[in-house]
Design a protein around this ligand. Sequence first.
Ligand code: GDP
Length: 671
Amino acid sequence: MGKVRIYELSKQTGIPSKQLLEEFCKLGVELKSHASCVDEETVALFMQLAKEGKKPVAKPAAGHPVEAVEPPVENKPQGATAVLPATTCIKLSETITVKELAEKLEYKSSVVIKKLMEMGHLVSINQLLNVDIAVALAKGFGIEAQVVSLEEEIPLEEAVDDPEAVPRPPVVTIMGHVDHGKTLLLDAIRQTNVADGESGGITQHIGAYKVKLDKGEVVFLDTPGHAAFTSMRARGAQVTDVVVLVVAADDGVMPQTIEAINHARAANVPILVAVNKIDKPEANPDKVRQELTKYDLISEDWGGQTIFAEVSAKQKIGLDTLLDMLLLEAEMLELKANPNKLARGVIIEAELDKGRGPVATVLVQSGTLRVGDPFVCGICSGRVRALFNDRGNRIKEALPSTPVEVLGLSGVPLAGDTFVVVADERRAHQIAETRQQKEREQTLAGTTRITLEDLHHQIKHGEIKELKVIIKADVQGSIEAVTDALEKLSTTEVKITSIHGSVGGITESDVMLASASNAIVIGFNVRPEPKTIQLAEREKVDINLYTVIYQLVAEVRAAMEGLLEPDYKEVSIGRVEVRQVFSVSRIGKIAGCYVTEGKVNRGDTCRLVRDSVVTYEGNIASLRRFKEDVKEITVGYECGIILENFQDIKQGDTIEVYTQEEIARQLKIND
Ligand code: GDP
């Protein structure tokens, strides 16, 4: 492709060189001087835009002085970058050699090497480059480079249009209320369907197993419950194709049944209902059907779309029908994958084994995984040293929808990390290294999640169109009232949707659901446990606690309008456990306490929490140690506490001691 120098172009067009340099910069082509070259395609585009009287409008290359006059985000014309010629915006893989980069930039390798030397990097033609250096180098040539991750380069969705894709078994997660029979159902299916003669028919616990039937195969994830399901999703991995919702026929729909429905819906995974324990005399499967209609799960024989299977995990009744139904559902979903390419999968579980080193269970999602394949897996890399199936047998290769234990990892990855086979080990290693470095940087910078404080900003910049909330409250009535009030606040700009609501304290599972769905958590008259708070901090999930509905609604509305300026922030001082309660005549109830965190002072503001529900808010009226009035008790000591105007104190209660810290800013709320 031919190139033109700016001063030549200036002569041809009569436009001063300085103006040309500025205009090209707006096109994303950063040029140093009037002696710099521009390729003909860019010139042609520029000329065309000039002829049409349009100003070239592309994102200027970062770092250039023009950046200062870049229009604010909302004024930017949509699809601005679309006018860029292909050569001025290129895509780079997470790892690239000098030679490949030169080809992408359409410059000779020697020119690229020289430029790299000027930047202080002495490299050879086949050397792998760090992506940051590659991006900086491209910028030096006036070319904007975008880095695409390995996962983006090889998207999973391809399978749909892939002519080589063939049907693959469905991957199933079993969810439902505690004690409704999830574990027993998994075990029953495993026991009755293990192929005879294979290692004595005993399956290994590797986090998932495959069931072989005459008509096909089904893969079950071994960790029942929605916690594992959602924490995988929080890492960006959608592994499950179908959720089997277990509901005990003698118990009906319970809180965790609803929670499971909401988790599955948030992930857009179809639900198949298994009505369990039908062997029990008090079993009433129709009652379950009836109750589930409230949640839009209407069985086919009642005119709905949901498949219901009646089973008994204990007596192994109806299991074959359940499996048949799963195969039917899978057929309808047209699940496919191409086995003829490099494998890609997800980590189901991983651990450090004393003898074998890091071991991970990978669910192969597409391609075929073979011994000897080099791979990248989150921030780890390696080469497959050995593969074991769910029966503990050594195998040479694993097809799509196969769970396998993999040996040969450089470290222990996280459940939910993607596992991608690449062509050569050197690249795998380099990508893992770059990711480790990026992760370190990100931990330092922190990630952005939706918060009430930042809501207005995000709405304004079009970053969110929907505010998802999880509502936890002390009683069912409050959930309905809060949901109603919040959903009414929806505007054309942002819709408020409650993705889950239930009675009780804020749990780790709520935080994981919020993290996976980018939602905020609202607690009404309830509190989170300390370990939930820690998880929320780690996952950067915004938890908002209220005791008055009016205040809650006013705050969310203010947040939407950008008027939220809370002037106080709660700072925890200490936590106290009530271990015994004494009644003393004339004084009343004295709580014999133990300080588990921080400290407590006489007169401090506090709240009494019972089973995660706030039962009292007020002050510490009296603080004693061995009958002596004291001002302060610190962590690890026992003390006696009397709460101001409150007698209903009970053993097992928790007292949270806190203070309100003023945040320096103007108060703007004017309701
Ligand atoms: P999970 O908490 O959902 O995993 O429930 P489990 O699988 O641990 O089962 C809870 C209890 O219900 C156990 O005592 C099981 O023996 C019992 N159970 C599970 N399935 C059945 C069933 O089909 N019939 C009867 N009668 N009991 C069952």
